[in-house]
Write a protein that binds this ligand. Sequence first.
Ligand SMILES: [Zn+2]
Length: 193
Amino acid sequence: MSIEQTLLQRSSAKCELCASEENLTAYNLPPENEVSADKSILVCATCSGQIANPETMNANHWRCLNDSMWNPEPAVQVMAWRLLSKLSATESWAQDLLDTMYLEPEVLSWAESNSAASVEDDSAPTFDNNGARLYAGDTVTLIKDLDVKGAGFTAKRGTLVKNIMLTNNPKHIEGRVNGIRLVLVADFMKKVG
Ligand SMILES: [Zn+2]
């Protein structure tokens, strides 16, 4: 049985993200080199087009993730998590869904495994609130209080975040606050030094 046939059977011939039944194709999740049904999802042309061209993403279309994020297939969970992470830069509902989403630890590390290796945005620079370009290893301070959902604390304005990492989203950086690794909005940061 081909991968596509396996996926058609698994999904009852529906897009595994939005449940559309039109123009379904198999999508192999990057950066997997292994092409298998376990590492693939069945998607419609609308979903695959927006995944391939993130600048065309229509946030409303992705409200379908509200349902598909609960799919038992790890590959679907990983794709939903990655899409919600991208959308959460501008959509608060996407952040809310991410906060309620639970991934098994190995599924989460799979979901995160693509963030450093993305080919889409790696040429786009990241800037702080003053327009200073940020690089991995920089130190920044928070320019406003930040409510850290899920961790139960507020990171105060002026908190130093050392040794930041860049993400595949130019609007986000990663850094440790209170020992917890967080994705932070670059626009709420000021570069130090
Ligand atoms: Zn779809």
